[in-house]
Design a protein around this ligand. Structure first.
Ligand code: SF4
Ligand code: SF4
Length: 433
């Protein structure tokens, strides 16, 4: 009975937010999924119309509603361009959690989120085990990009060109840090994030190098957890709340001026999604979430805005490396950060920035969207790869490990030798030379 009452309350809250949409259709021009499929149902407007009748539809055809709602990259392009200010991402995430509560999570997801992802120590052990044995099941595809593919097609990997799990994840090399501020007088917490830790540890190492170089003290607790977005995107609010609580406790233990991440999705999740979705009855928890979210910054924003890293006034080297930059949706469209990552490229004497067309067009990753709708995701990724190739660059830089994985896949399929890097790696290389 209390569950039904809770769901009814959630419906009511959603209805108010849905009423803001005027059905103007302006989101059509910016939706990367609609550009591929031309289906009204894939558009924010189509999904919002579906949700208008959610209570009835959910009883009639819960799987159909879920399927339509999950056909979305959660890229936020529609929300960024919506003149009526519809909180599309909030509506979609809340609707997904209502649906998951109503029909239950699939067993495999429940096991993955509640028994693995929500238990960071176990997650580290299991991913280490997979990393050790993965050479038996994969073969290298592209050396410059570090991609591999499955030796035999499996439903999970399909024919993806993926960057494998690192055999030396960041947490293994640097389990924890607790250092005092140096010349900057600033101490930060470093929230690593799962993909940086397990797939792109070199970007996490570059973050530490850069912070140390600038005399920044670091609090990096052991066995860090996930930001929770994979669970929440699938409607699992329970695992999401557990992970938020876990991270609050971890970072609460060390004094810090800012919380830094080098993952656009983690930054967006901690800054915007944690305060929006946390449902705790405890005022103390809500206050801690708000405090942590207010302190959270993307690494490039921290380096430029707080430490004053700026573009070099003259770059004399004749043969500079051509670098293009892809704007992650969660950084540019959701947080308005696009100048600062470019500044890190401008601060490198060996690099020159060449802009690609539509640098802020979504790369098509979308987390679980890539898992469930790989053909669509790959097709959107191919468009991005074409624009990168058109620049004639040697490096494609970005600020999100999920985008790095998608760009690597798309470029590897094009047999390109362009490297994919995080902007913090480029900046770290320039100051370490
Ligand atoms: S979400 Fe915004 S842009 Fe899209 S139809 Fe509704 S009001 Fe228009
Ligand atoms: S979040 Fe992105 S993919 Fe989803 S409806 Fe909006 S623009 Fe389209």
């Amino acid at each position: 009975m209390s569950n039904i009452r809770k769901l009814a309350g959630q419906f009511k809250e959603l209805e108010k937010k849905l009423a803001v949409c005027t059905r103007c259709g302006m989101c059509q021009a910016v939706c990367p999924l609609f550009a591929e499929t031309k289906r009204e149902a894939d558009l924010a407007r189509g999904k919002l119309a579906l949700l208008d009748g959610l209570a009835q539809e959910m009883f009639k055809n819960p799987d159909g509603v879920s399927e339509r709602l999950n056909r979305c990259l959660l890229c936020g392009s529609c929300q960024a361009g919506c003149s009526s200010g519809v909180n599309v991402i909030e509506i979609f995430l809340k609707a997904r959690s209502i649906l998951a509560e109503f029909k239950g999570l699939p067993g495999s997801q429940k096991l993955l989120f509640r028994s693995v992802l929500a238990k960071p120590k176990l997650f580290n052990t299991l991913s280490g085990f997979v990393a050790k044995f993965q050479p038996l099941f994969i073969r290298q595809m592209n050396q410059s990009l570090g991609t591999s593919c499955a030796r035999m097609a499996t439903p999970l990997l399909g024919n993806r060109h993926f960057v494998p799990l690192s055999t030396e994840p960041f947490h293994q090399k640097t389990p924890m840090l607790d250092t005092q501020p140096g010349k900057s007088g600033i101490r930060v917490g470093f929230f690593v994030g799962c993909l940086l830790d397990k797939v792109f540890p070199r970007a996490a190492e570059a973050t530490i190098q850069v912070l140390r170089h600038h005399g920044v003290g670091i609090w990096m607790p052991e066995n860090q957890g996930c930001c929770g977005i994979p669970a929440l995107s699938s409607g699992d609010r329970t695992s999401f709340e557990q992970l938020v609580q876990y991270s609050i406790n971890q970072f609460d233990a060390g004094h810090m001026d800012y919380l830094i991440t080098s993952c656009a999705t983690c930054t967006f999740t901690i800054k915007k999604i944690w305060p929006m979705m946390i449902q705790s009855d405890s005022r103390e928890v809500t206050e801690k979430v708000n405090t942590l979210s207010a302190k959270t910054m993307d690494i490039s924003q921290f380096l430029v805005k707080i430490l004053g890293v700026s573009a070099l006034s003259s770059k004399n080297k004749p043969s500079r490396k051509k670098i293009t930059y892809h704007d992650p949706c969660h950084l540019k469209k959701s947080l308005g950060i696009s100048v600062e990552p470019r500044m890190l490229i401008h601060a490198d004497p060996d690099s020159s920035l060449v802009e690609m067309e539509d640098a802020d067009r979504c790369c098509g990753m979308g987390g679980s969207f890539n898992l469930h709708h790989y053909d669509l995701s790959a097709s959107i990724g191919y468009e991005k790869a074409s624009r990168i190739l058109d620049t004639g660059c040697e490096v494609a830089a970005t600020s999100c490990p999920a985008c790095m994985a998608q760009l690597s896949d798309a470029l590897s399929r094009c047999k390109s030798t362009i490297q994919v890097k995080h902007v913090v790696e480029i900046y770290a290389d320039s100051i370490m030379e």
